[in-house]
Design a protein around this ligand. Structure first.
Ligand code: MN
Length: 387
């Protein structure tokens, strides 16, 4: 039968083997001229491509083909889920936790049961984030949707990976150049300055309420990943969304103070040591630092205190590529690489099993400090010579 209602059910089509499965994803109402239909605003981003009456008792309403924007897909997935787990990468930074917590506040606002997990606890400089106590290293029970933010490689979920493995559906929202392509739904924009920027864009399209907590969390992601709007990824959208977030109660003074103006003494001493012992290559166009376990012990600094150190070397006027090697435990050396302009250090990081962005990448060496240094510098020199 054909429904007499003045609205249409919006159904999405998926193929499961031989069967076509229709899923109700929203409602469409007639346009003013009566010639077509427009999706319910709650069905964010949905666009009616064509529609036809559908005479089948099993499916009241009408059959319509729809194109959903990423915001529409995200909203639909969230609506259909009962229990959601939010995740992000290990060694979380301001964009990782800012985005994850913004999502948590959003889900709380729509009364959706959820948990937020991360392999590592929050670093000290992010403890100010509203809701930071929600970040757990594991979560009980099962979830039917995983939302993973700021993640380019599945193994960067660390010990939280099994939770997401068990989710029937996962969504990844990210701005890295993908290494692997995890997730059933992938909302990726490699041109976005931060994952928080993509999320802010999605929330606006979804008509989400921007509370001061959500605004501060998203601002933290943007401020962190643009280096307080100084890096080359700073875009008009990053600035205009930040202005919007300020208008909605985002506390940019707090964000700047906590992230950039509150360094522990040990970390500052370690920075001094790194600059003192910095090595140069390729006529001062490559600068790199090496921090051993002894250096951390002597200064009392933690690995998390080295955030931003590598940039201090890149900011030297002759330097085109900077790298920092940190011995986090014997035989494990973490490496951050930064570059200027066209020099693609993500390609260098990939040689060693890592990745990242063209101008900001990282990898881990499982060898001795001198060996890691030799391998790295050889590839950095090649990068400089052949790019
Ligand atoms: Mn990021």
């Amino acid at each position: 039968m054909t429904t007499q209602a003045n609205h249409l059910e919006i159904l999405s089509v998926t193929a499961q083997g031989q069967r076509t499965v229709w899923t109700r994803i929203g409602t469409a109402f007639p346009t003013k001229d009566g010639k077509g239909y427009r999706p319910n605003p709650r069905c964010a981003g949905a666009r009616v491509v064509n529609s036809a009456r559908f005479d089948d008792d099993s499916c009241l309403g009408a059959k319509m083909s729809l194109e959903l924007s990423p915001a529409g897909v995200l909203q639909r997935e969230i609506e259909q889920a009962k229990r959601i787990v939010i995740g992000t990468h290990l060694n979380p930074d301001g964009d990782a936790l800012g985005s994850a917590l913004a999502m948590s506040h959003y889900l709380e606002g729509i009364h959706k049961e959820h948990a937020l997990v991360c392999h590592h606890p929050a670093p000290r400089n992010l403890e100010f984030l509203p809701g930071i106590e929600r970040v757990q290293q594991s979560a009980e029970g099962e979830f039917d949707l995983g939302i993973i933010l700021d993640l380019d490689a599945y193994d960067r979920l660390g010990d939280t990976a099994p939770l997401f493995d068990r989710c029937p559906r996962t969504i990844v929202i990210d701005h890295h150049v993908p290494i692997q392509k995890p997730g059933d739904v992938r909302i990726i924009d490699t041109t976005a300055a931060a994952t928080a920027l993509i999320l802010g864009r999605l929330f606006r399209e979804m008509g989400a309420e921007f509370t001061p907590a959500i605004s501060t969390c998203l601002l933290t992601g943007i401020v962190t990943d643009t280096g307080s709007f100084r890096y080359r990824n700073t875009s008009a959208e990053a600035l205009s969304l930040s202005a919007f977030l300020l208008e909605h109660g985002g506390d940019i003074n707090k964000v700047s103070e906590e992230i950039f103006q509150r360094k522990p003494l040990g970390g500052t001493r370690l920075l001094g040591h790194m600059l003192d012992t910095m090595r140069l290559a390729a006529e001062n166009r490559i600068a790199y630092g090496v921090l051993t376990q002894a250096d951390f012990a002597d200064t009392g600094a933690l690995d998390q205190d080295t955030e931003g150190f590598v940039n201090e070397m890149l900011f030297i006027d002759t330097v085109q590529i900077a790298a920092l090697l940190r011995e986090v435990s014997e035989g494990t050396i973490r490496c951050s690489i930064r570059s200027r302009n066209h020099l693609d250090v993500a390609a260098v990081a990939r040689i060693f099993g890592g990745g990242g962005h063209k101008n900001a990448a990282g990898c881990t060496f499982y060898t001795s400090v001198p060996d890691a240094e030799t391998q790295l510098v050889k590839e950095l020199q090649r990068c400089l010579a052949f790019s």
